[in-house]
Design a protein around this ligand. Structure first.
Ligand SMILES: Cc1cc2c(cc1C)N(C[C@H](O)[C@H](O)[C@H](O)COP(=O)(O)O)c1[nH]c(=O)[nH]c(=O)c1N2
Length: 247
């Protein structure tokens, strides 16, 4: 093949289905981690996938901290325990017991934790695409997180994002300089299984919203303009909800 251009064709059917399967069966993993190590080869692929995410102005603002040290993990876990207790009190009383019963991290059980950061100064003060919307660099680091998460699903690994802690505590525990923002703290490892649905959904915390209620045409609030597309969305969502493939 001419190396100068990649043909803009759909992937072969099985590969195309695989991409959607990774997207649809990716789960946030907390309680199912196995202690088995993740090979350097596999972890390497996940980091390469993350590093090939899109970024504003090709800024690549991310760095990746690979955390295996029990003492470091314990500091982060301690920060979680404190914030988790504080968070419970922020929910209405009738939801507190459910909140407390949820497993919301796997920091110590996961063999490896990854912190993905954002260096807001990586490409100088003026960045293509960030000139008018400053948060675009943070969004770029989140794109790296999603690439990592989907690649992990393809590898049969679990990833759990933990954000219930004071970020400055995590910043200190990992010795991250002040000017670098910790964007995502991820627990990573082999897992016993994937839950078929988001755990918060199974726990009755929140339902998946009907996609058609989230789609607008040409202007906010114009929601019924394309009944055929909306019908297709309903059918696909029904298939997905029944655990079927969407391709
Ligand atoms: C930015 C951000 C931050 C968090 C999360 C996600 C994201 C995107 N999620 C996971 C979240 O609960 C989960 O994605 C949803 O419940 C949907 O479930 P699935 O990811 O589809 O399994 C998450 N989960 C958890 O147990 N503890 C946490 O602190 C967080 N924090």
């Amino acid at each position: 093949m001419d190396q100068s251009k990649v043909p803009a064709l759909p992937l072969p059917d099985a590969e195309r289905a695989g991409v959607y399967r990774a997207i649809m069966t990716r789960r946030d993993t907390r309680g199912e981690f196995l202690p088995d190590p993740v090979s350097d080869e596999t972890l390497g692929r996940l980091l390469v996938a993350a590093h090939h995410a899109p970024s504003v102005g090709f800024m690549q603002p991310w760095s990746f901290l690979v955390i295996r040290d029990r003492a470091v993990k314990t500091q982060v876990h301690d920060a979680f325990v404190k914030a988790h207790a504080e968070a419970a009190l922020m929910f209405p009383e009738e939801k507190r017991e459910t909140y407390r019963s949820l497993k919301l991290e796997g920091i110590l059980e996961a063999p490896v934790n990854i912190c993905i950061t954002c260096d807001r100064d990586r490409a100088g003060p003026v960045v293509i695409g960030r000139t008018h919307i400053p948060a675009m660099d943070l969004f770029s680091s989140v794109c790296a997180v999603q690439n990592f998460w989907l690649a992990a699903r393809a590898e049969g690994l679990g990833v759990g994002w933990v954000s219930i802690f004071d970020n400055t505590v995590v910043q200190r525990a990992l010795n991250i300089p002040d000017k670098i923002v910790p964007v995502a703290y991820l627990c990573v490892g082999k897992v016993k299984f994937y839950h078929p649905r988001p755990e918060l959904q199974s726990a009755g915390w929140r339902e998946r919203l009907p996609l058609e209620s989230l789609v607008h045409f040409d202007a906010w609030g114009r929601q019924g303009a394309e009944p055929e597309l909306l019908g297709a969305l309903r059918d696909l969502e029904a298939k997905a909800a029944a655990g079927g493939e969407i391709v």
